[in-house]
Design a protein around this ligand. Structure first.
Ligand SMILES: O=C(O)CCC(=O)C(=O)O
Length: 282
């Protein structure tokens, strides 16, 4: 099993994020970029201004609103789009690192593909993931997170204000002010814009304050997000159709919530006896 170094663990514990280089090779990056271009033109969950929808909820649309491959897109529930998206959930060595950080009792909780287009008007934003509740829970140093995400860069982000992931290092345990008059942005004190190359991955827990900076570069910034949670939290994504289940390995099916028996009270709290073995078998 691949392991994070002591230095990486210290970085994770202190700053609340990790930057892993060249997790995807050039061929994978090109394939996922082309897949993102393709799925823009087919139905899926996208944000919508429909006033009937609760805040932050997505709507099933016939395509992304912008069909230009460099235009904005925010697509959820990616596993329906094929095996490449399915296999990304437990690719070696990244999944070994996720197991090291979270332990074996986990699920895949969400998948997302975002294109942040070049724009003079998008100001960026800052938030935690998991909504109002998870933000209030800061686990102690060395504890596995309740939920975390892997952000795959599919384009180079080598200058500031190129749609960079912007983080507030340490805010996974010492929350920054929120809820008052002060609205935190990617330009508030303590914010740090990350750079990286296509194929790199950032790992961070949902409780770290983060978000995209503005993108005034000439290029669209393209990413994939795969989120993981402790098993008892349960997924907030994925329609696991028979077609998806058929394409999955036993480990992938377990990550999608198939415990090997029908769901009943008690499921998801005490894990199946083979949980660790299943998680450690690629
Ligand atoms: O960088 C983005 O476009 C959005 C990323 C983000 O805010 C998130 O991962 O929650």
């Amino acid at each position: 099993m691949n392991k994070l170094s002591e230095k990486q663990i210290q970085q994770w514990n202190t700053h609340g994020y990790l930057h892993l280089e060249s997790v995807l090779d050039d061929e994978q990056v090109a394939r996922f970029v082309s897949e993102m271009d393709r799925i823009r033109g087919v139905p899926g969950y996208e944000p919508d201004n429909d006033p009937e929808l609760p805040i932050g909820h997505y709507k099933w649309l016939e395509s992304a609103r912008d069909l230009d491959t460099e235009g904005f897109m925010d697509r959820r529930d990616l596993l329906i789009y094929g095996k490449d998206f399915i296999n990304l959930m437990d690719q070696t060595p990244l999944f070994d690192y996720i197991l090291q950080i979270m332990g074996p009792n986990i699920m895949l909780s969400m998948t997302q593909a975002i294109v942040r287009n070049s724009s003079d008007t998008f100001p960026g934003y800052t938030h935690t993931d998991g909504g109002e509740s998870l933000r209030t829970i800061q686990v102690t140093e060395g504890s596995p997170p309740i939920a975390m995400k892997a952000m795959f860069l599919l384009t180079d982000v080598t200058e500031k204000d190129s749609g960079n992931l912007t983080v507030f290092p340490g805010s996974q345990r010492n929350q920054i002010p929120y809820g008052g008059d002060e609205v935190m942005t990617p330009y508030s004190p303590g914010a740090h814009q990350l750079m990286g190359k296509a194929g790199d991955v950032y790992l961070f827990p949902h409780s770290l304050w983060h978000g995209p900076a503005k993108n005034i570069s000439a290029n669209a910034r393209k990413i994939l997000l795969y989120n993981y949670c402790q098993l008892w939290v349960r997924s907030y994504d994925h329609n696991v159709t028979p077609d998806i289940a058929k394409q999955c390995s036993p480990r992938q099916r377990r990550l999608l919530g198939d415990l090997g028996y029908d769901f009943r009270p008690g499921s998801h709290f005490y894990v199946p006896k083979d949980q660790e073995e299943v998680m450690r078998t690629a």
